[in-house]
Design a protein around this ligand. Sequence first.
Ligand code: ADP
Length: 615
Amino acid sequence: MQILVINCGSSSLKADVREHATGEYVAKMVIDRVGSEAATLRFEDEEPTPLPGEVGHKEALEISLTRLLQRLSDPEAITAIGHRVVHGGARFTRPVLIDDQVEAAIEELSALAPLHNPANLAGIRAARALLPSLPHVAVFDTAFHATLPRRARVYALPHELAEDPGLRRFGFHGISHAYVARQAANYLDADMRDLRLITCHLGNGASVCAVEFGRSIETSMGLTPLEGLVMGTRSGDIDPGLLFHLMREYDYSAEELDHLLNHKSGLAGLSGIGNDLRDIEARAAEGDEHCRLAIQVFAHRVRKYIGAYAAIMGGVDAIVFTAGIGENSALMRHRIAQRLDFLGARHDEDRNRELRLPSGPAVERISTPHSRTHLLVARTDESRAIAEATSLIVLKSDAVARAQRPIPVAVSARHIHLTQEAVETLFGPGYQLTPRNDLSQPGQFAAEETLRVVGPKNEFPAVRILGPTRSLNQLEISRTDEFALGIDAPVRASGDVANSPGILLVGPAGELKLEQGVICAWRHIHMTPDDAAHFGVHDRDVVEVAITGGDRDLTFGDVLVRVKDSYRLEMHIDTDEGNAANLGRGATGTLISTEGRAQLQRRATRYDTVDAAAE
Ligand code: ADP
């Protein structure tokens, strides 16, 4: 199984194919300057080649994805495509399978992310046209922040505006924050649900996130990615009053302000030499005041957020640095992490300076061994996170599709299985059961013959015998029948009669006192090995089956799976269970989960005693 991940941005497109099991790349490709005459296509470790003429987004995508697929030794191995989508609005709080409605919703959300969503959508459309038969999954940058509490997500505007679902803080970089938070928890050998983390995604775009017990509860970006930290070319937080001042006193238009704050500010604006921190650090070291100030303002802002988020969570277990600057700039990490002792975070400057993250997923510590709060550096890998989310969705939807095949449900009234010896005791020597009608399981029949069943309290005058004869005598009754007869029979799989109560059977030619053999049948599904493969279950698994669409919908847990070549797909329950779900003839159920497997481990011991030949 391989996953193609497409990250189609406004001016660049990244696509890679990964092996699902290992996360290793199979192929990797970047197109720069999409939509311009200078667009180039580059495969990993190769020189860029120009794309022909002035190609638009759509053509660039078609050409490059086709070339990518041509390079694969086995393009058929791709099982799904994951797409990064920047804005999922309030609607998308987790990754989703893309259909026409999802596509339309992403388009509607373009108003909130005019630079990103249209480009993301172009990637989705090109890829869906090229690979129409494969599942496409949208993974949203905003989704991880769907858990922001209201107090963190509203702007303090008049309530009509504050409560407008489109005018709130959404947060971004969620794929990265969630990924490094998981990586950090793994590194600390802890469960995310026990940790308070502050993740600092410091790249060209930058944001901080407070991840409290696995959930994003505060993040520095807002309605748009402009809020918060100082970034490559974005100002981050600014007094909104400054905007009016610039409009009134300096004649800026809304468009000009947008351009100023998104593209001309941040590290690039302050330093005056561009947005690359490597260059800024080099010039600062030579004494350039603008560059020094850019570094100071950047670090100060990150520290301010760390302090704020520690206050919000009432403490912090680890602070995690990631993305281009977070992973590579020891100087910036040093400036940010110094004097965080009051939070219990003591950074180890030697470790910080010497740190080189190994390739692949990596987390390293830059705090001292006794630091109560860990300072970690984690490599982010959004493409890997998208590939993981995509395969999860696809595997889950496969499981749902598989599970949705209906399973016929048959309600068994009380009945008896007999040995040939018992038949002869009750009906006379040499007696053979007379088939009355066939049962659904091949070879099984209901016999003409019935027996009187006598319990300590009551008796049933005519209990049906099922054929053919078996190697064990067994009476299967419901809990209600048990109360009527005055016995207490265990819930057992068929054939498992050890230590079950006995009963008196009375036939026309004689009586038979069973020492044991009365059970309340463990509800079960018969299926063939093909059915089992279809549902993804095994013999003796314990599963759940939902009965829906009736007027007493019910989900049965503890349903035992029985697999044999000779079986026909059917679930068997007793009359109490059938009545509880108000089931009539032709009822069906749906296998909804195999999570009972853990229980199976325990139950298997009970089942192990079964003489399989007994059935
Ligand atoms: P994006 O947000 O575009 O994905 P990245 O996460 O790749 O950005 O971060 C890019 C930034 O990381 C560059 O602009 C550069 O400033 C910074 N960076 C990368 N390597 C180093 C380094 N060795 N030292 C300082 N800064 C670095």
